[in-house]
Design a protein around this ligand. Sequence first.
Ligand code: FES
Length: 133
Amino acid sequence: MGLERRDALVCRELNNQTKRESATRAAQGKKQLARLLEFTLNGRDRADAVADNVLLLDYLREKVGLTGTKTGCDGGECGACTVLIDDKPVLSCLTLAATVQGRRIDTIESLGADGQLSAVQRGFHEKLGSQCG
Ligand code: FES
């Protein structure tokens, strides 16, 4: 994805700083600035108020409850947080949720159908790859 190790380390620090600031604001009872996002998530239209500084990874896991998108290195190195945005793989730990306006996001949860695992999900399950993206 064209990221150098130095870039990943900078992104990790920015992620951590964003999380610290969000926790501080929440502890102080301050509201986050939010915007209404409309996008498609796993084939369904969705509209949600999302704070400007929320990472897509945190939004998917904590607000939507799609925990198939994993937190690994939290800094752009491992790929465990990969989702598809308009069919292109993106590291959700380096992507602000606010950038998905009007786009289509697919997570690992979109792959199965009718209660059956997809070939990709079955492969991860059989190889104990639960922490991989
Ligand atoms: S690249 Fe490791 S969690 Fe995103």
